[in-house]
Design a protein around this ligand. Structure first.
Ligand SMILES: *Cc1c(COP(=O)(O)O)cnc(C)c1O
Length: 368
């Protein structure tokens, strides 16, 4: 039997009736765009994270764009983020016309090296986007200290970090805005694209809601140039049906990751570290090895799918090199780990025998 990298069908078969009922309700009420289901899910998801205002959005990329715009960030401004992230983080910065300023990742957590942020701050710096990569929280204490000291906004990219926390507080509630994605493969996945913004600031929440809906103040009156980044009612209803499972799914991801971690560390492999005070939601389980590509191919021969997140750091992407060709960006940790990291199969329904098989196959082939 094949072991997939992620398997959405296993949870679907369990939730099928709830999801059909949810979708049927949307069809009956015709609340296809925004409306009651979007409002319900936005406030539920926000509440689960201890946030104040939730704004449903079309996906986790447009949510970052809307967040930057709502904070007034655009041409001439600089935004600092980490090179080891999904491309959408930097794409959003480019989309509003701001300059992408990258720092390296930490070689142990694989997330943003917060000790490098201050050295990148200039008069033009308007925001920091810490990415809670793989569900592993960035050190928000340090990020918020820097934010206060220099009066710079913070937008947390929580696309991989539903229910992750730092010092007992849900990530996404530290900065000005938290941005989530419900891409089908994320810890909470829609059946299509969806995203959400969380903020503690009422005025900013209003601005965000307008930003994603044509800058509207009335049906055909537009206060500023916004966009159509609205969430679908169907996606919201499906997400509401799935939300009650999120805690349990997260617990299972954490439990599976602990089994992986204990076994691999005992064998001397290097896995992702979680800083003191942080609770990782384990969107991905990442381990290093010297012969990564060989391991990936041979594990596939053993019937086991793995992933690489990410094979090319953002500063090495053709799009970035092309646009920033006059700049020299050296981020050695990200470059090194991008050749060594492998993401093992991880989803809540993964069985004990499957976990065993993954570990057996990996440790048989992988070299430190
Ligand atoms: C998935 C992801 C996004 C983008 O989310 P979409 O909903 O796919 O647009 C942004 N940042 C990170 C870190 C992601 O993993």
């Amino acid at each position: 039997m094949k072991i997939p990298f992620a398997d959405i069908s296993r949870q679907y078969s369990l939730l099928k009736e709830d999801i059909y009922r949810a979708v049927d309700q949307v069809f009956e009420s015709r609340a296809f765009i925004q409306g009651a289901f979007v409002e319900k899910f936005s406030s539920e998801f926000c509440r689960v994270h201890g946030g104040r205002f939730g704004v449903g959005v079309s996906n986790g990329t447009s949510s970052l764009v809307a967040a930057l715009r709502a904070l007034g960030i655009g041409y001439g401004d600089e935004v600092i983020t980490v090179t080891n992230t999904f491309f959408a983080t930097v794409e959003a910065i480019d989309c509003v016309g701001a300059k992408i300023v990258l720092v390296d990742c930490c070689p142990d957590t694989y997330g943003i090296d917060v000790s490098q942020i201050e050295s990148k701050i200039t008069k033009k710096t308007k925001a920091i986007i810490p990415v809670h990569l793989y569900g592993n929280p960035a050190d928000m204490k340090i990020v918020m200290q820097i934010s206060k000291k220099y009066n710079i906004h913070v937008i947390e990219d929580c696309a991989q970090a539903h229910l992750a926390s730092f010092d007992g507080q849900a990530i996404g509630t530290f900065g000005d805005i938290g941005s989530f994605s419900f891409f089908p493969g994320k810890n909470l996945g829609a059946f299509g694209d969806a995203g959400l913004l969380i903020t503690g600031n009422e005025e900013l929440a209003r601005r965000l809601a307008q930003e994603i809906n044509h800058g509207r103040i009335g049906k055909y009156e537009h206060e500023f140039f916004g966009n159509n980044f609205r969430m679908d009612g169907i996606q919201a209803a499906i997400l509401s049906a799935k939300l009650p499972c999120l805690r349990d799914w997260t617990n299972k991801r954490q439990a599976i990751s602990k089994i992986y971690n204990d076994a691999l560390i005992e064998k001397g492999f290097k896995t992702m570290k979680v800083i003191v005070g942080a609770t990782c939601s384990y969107h991905l389980f990442v381990v290093e090895c010297a012969n990564r590509d060989e391991v990936q191919h041979k594990m596939l021969d053993d019937g086991i799918e793995t992933g690489i997140h990410y094979p090319i750091p953002c500063h090495k992407q053709p799009a970035f090199l092309n646009k920033y060709k006059n700049e020299r960006v050296d981020l050695p940790h990200a470059e090194r780990i991008s050749k060594r990291i492998l993401s093992l199969p991880l989803f809540p329904e993964l069985t004990a025998p499957e976990i065993e098989r993954v570990l057996e196959s990996f440790t048989k082939i992988a070299k430190k």
